[in-house]
Write a protein that binds this ligand. Structure first.
Ligand code: WT7
Length: 666
């Protein structure tokens, strides 16, 4: 692996036509101390140990990075084949203690959270001591609402400090948080509250994002009409708007927290007790409640925070992800707080009030690490370099996440945003992996634009032939990506359905964890992620399932059948195209098309809305009724001459009609 790569300060090697960038000299020169590893050889040595002797490697790291109330004897047990992986079994700890208390004791005045509100100039800072007080008070409130260890609490909050406080209060009392992205519709929220068996929901009166108001409490009220088991709703006052209120169920955050003392003792939990649920889309319609457990997840977050992002005392870390997704969980909340650095919580959007917003925040707060999805970078690059005036002289690391980053965007990020002084790390991972799994280490790993580079500690990747199911060894190979051994922060189950967990991840290639992504390993052992090989679409870094959108469309009374496919999109990576066949008695109209889009917005949320809806007389189906989405994808890509054999369709003449519909709308 990577033998050909030596740690020269800056060599731009032409290898198979791709440039290799070494950690920028200026990054190392401006470093307040030095990266945690001296060079790539040191990574290789540690990596080797993590694979050949995981017990010693992870046992040591777990004791070093986390504070335990009771030590563990077993580092790891169970296997991928059996789906019963467990880490640090006998260990006991409290997650919130690890994120807050230990730093509050050591350095109470250190800033934990910088809140940058939607309106520039608004916001505030919270020290670790203040965070501990706020979290403790909120813990009392949850306790008093009847939340016990192991209970689930649903959190439907925008990007404000209270989202972190709510998460931390849950884990302080041993409760399981289930954060639902505040862009999901009432129906989606309802499904997640019901599936996770949450009895308490935390929200705001309204949210504020990009200068617009979002009626969060109203959405919660709509959802709760069909959640009979929810007894309490805690509401943080963000805007002071008039909102509907249900006496006995709804409680104001500020009234409640005021009643309680500033300290609540952290509850002791077992290493493998559940930490949180996070719902994500798969190839089938129903979202899965991915479950992470305590110690292993914390260790993954802390280790990647330290090595991937080069976090050091005194750093100010800004991850632009939303707490409603895994990026926000691991890299807005867990990684920075576990390491006791400052995390920036940004409520707004990169385009409000103008396209300089991110760069102004980085400048103003002297941000040292910035982490964002390529979709935002595409938007900002397109807006023009004149918006990138801020000096951002403290930046050392620029992270990318959520989708492949095109070489030209990578270079723009490196040159225009980072002024060649910051190391770009393209981090590959998933909700299910808990933390970065294929990624450069900032300041250490040589990078190639577009490649997520090399496996993190403990990750043993395999490129698998999807047809034979056999691992393809050696370099210069393509296939699907799987992992050969368990790692601490991997998801342990799908809530309420271990069978689904097994079938989706562990039974596809027995003995392996299957990612669902295609990937290549180049001649130097670098990994290149090609994208999903299942029916999952990635729109602006959001993961959506075609089946879920189809199910939403079919809820409309006018639709007989629907097929959804992802198409390449310059701005959002992929966008959604829907093909629908109408029920008898309905006529094609612009009005109807709008209703269909609205239907998806209502069932899932605005971010899942199809960009284009084609109304067609019928869908291409085999004689057994299977919809051939492949044909639809080819038509949209303009590859009508490469449709393959269509004589197996129940009605081959439909293809011509669909082609005409698509052409007519162009
Ligand atoms: C899917 C996981 C975990 C981060 C946010 C998305 C794609 C993620 C990369 C990357 C290429 C990437 C994969 C993966 N993905 N990071 N650096 N390069 N593709 O989390 O919603 O669980 O989606 O995002 O397809 O399977 P998620």
């Amino acid at each position: 692996m990577a033998e050909a790569i030596q740690s020269h300060p800056k060599v731009v090697a032409e290898a198979h036509g791709v440039d290799t960038f070494h950690p920028p000299e200026k990054m190392l020169a401006n470093h307040p101390s030095k990266p945690h590893l001296a060079n790539i050889e040191e990574y290789q040595k540690l990596y080797e140990e993590s694979i050949t002797d995981p017990t010693s490697f992870w046992g040591r790291q777990a004791r070093q990075m986390l504070s335990w109330q009771r030590d563990f004897q077993t580092v790891q047990s169970g296997s991928l084949a059996n789906g019963d992986v467990s880490w640090f079994t006998e260990g006991q700890l409290n997650a919130c203690y690890n994120l807050v208390d230990r730093h509050a004791h050591k350095d109470p005045d250190r800033v934990a959270i910088i809140y940058e509100a939607d309106e520039p100039g608004d916001g505030r800072e919270l020290t670790y001591a203040e965070l501990l007080r706020q979290v403790s008070k909120t813990s009392w409130v949850l306790k008093q609402m009847g939340v016990r260890k192991g209970d689930t609490v649903a959190i439907y909050l925008p990007m404000i400090p209270e989202a972190l406080i709510a998460i931390l209060a849950c884990i302080r009392i041993g409760a399981v948080h289930s954060v639902v992205f505040a862009g999901f519709s009432a129906d989606s929220l309802r499904d997640r509250v019901v599936d996770g068996q949450s009895k308490v929901v935390i929200t705001t009166d309204e949210g504020k994002r990009g200068g617009k108001l979002i009626g969060t409490k109203k959405i919660v009220d709509d959802a709760l009409k069909q959640c009979p088991d929810v007894t309490h709703c805690l509401v943080y006052k963000r805007t002071g708007a008039e909102i509907p209120w249900t006496e006995g169920r709804d409680w104001w955050w500020h009234d409640e927290v005021d009643k309680w003392p500033a300290y609540y003792p952290p509850e002791t939990v077992n290493a493998e007790d559940p930490l949180f649920l996070l719902y994500t889309s798969g190839s089938t319609g129903k979202p899965k409640g991915v479950m992470h457990t305590t110690a292993g997840y914390l260790l993954g977050a802390a280790m990647t925070g330290k090595y991937v992002f080069d976090l050091h005392d005194g750093d100010r870390y800004f991850c632009g992800g939303d707490v409603g997704w895994i990026t926000g969980h691991t890299y807005v909340v867990y990684a920075p707080l576990l390491l006791g650095v400052t995390t920036v919580v940004f409520e707004g959007t990169p385009a409000y009030p103008n396209f300089s917003r991110y760069w102004d925040i980085i400048d103003k707060h002297k941000v040292t690490q910035f982490y964002v999805a390529p979709t935002a970078l595409r938007l900002l690059k397109r807006a023009g370099d004149e918006h990138v005036k801020a000096e951002m002289k403290h930046l050392r690391v620029l992270g990318s996440v959520g989708e492949p980053i095109a070489a030209e965007i990578w270079k723009w990020y490196f040159e225009v945003v980072g002024r060649e002084k910051a190391h770009v790390v393209d981090t590959y991972w998933q909700t299910e992996t808990g933390s970065n799994v294929i990624t450069p280490l900032a300041g250490v790993t040589p990078t190639k634009p577009g490649s997520a580079s090399m496996p993190f500690f403990g990750i043993e990747p395999a490129i698998v032939d999807p047809v034979s199911g056999e691992e393809i060894k050696g370099n210069d190979v393509e296939g699907v990506l799987a992992f050969k051994q368990p790692w601490p922060s991997m998801a342990r189950t799908v809530y309420g359905s271990h069978k689904r967990y097994m079938d989706t991840y562990l039974n596809v290639y027995k003995g392996y964890y299957f990612t669902g992504d295609g990937a290549g390993r180049d001649h130097e052992g670098f990994y290149w992620i090609r994208g999903r090989v299942d029916d999952v679409i990635n729109v602006s870094g959001h993961r959506l399932s075609t089946a879920e959108i189809e199910a939403a469309l079919i809820e409309h009374h006018g639709i007989a059948e629907a097929a959804v496919v992802g198409v390449a999109d310059e701005l959002t990576g992929q966008s959604i195209s829907a093909f629908v066949a109408l029920k008898d008695g309905h006529e094609t109209s612009e009005q109807l098309r709008k209703e269909f889009v609205l239907q998806v917005r209502k069932s899932i949320g605005p971010f899942a809305a199809p960009k284009t809806v084609y109304i067609v007389p019928d869908l291409p189906k085999t004689r057994s009724g299977k919809i051939m989405r492949r044909i639809l994808r080819k038509i949209l890509a303009g590859e009508e001459d490469q449709l393959g054999d269509i004589t197996t369709l129940s009605d081959p003449s439909i293809v011509e009609k669909i082609i005409n519909t698509v052409h007519a709308s162009k």
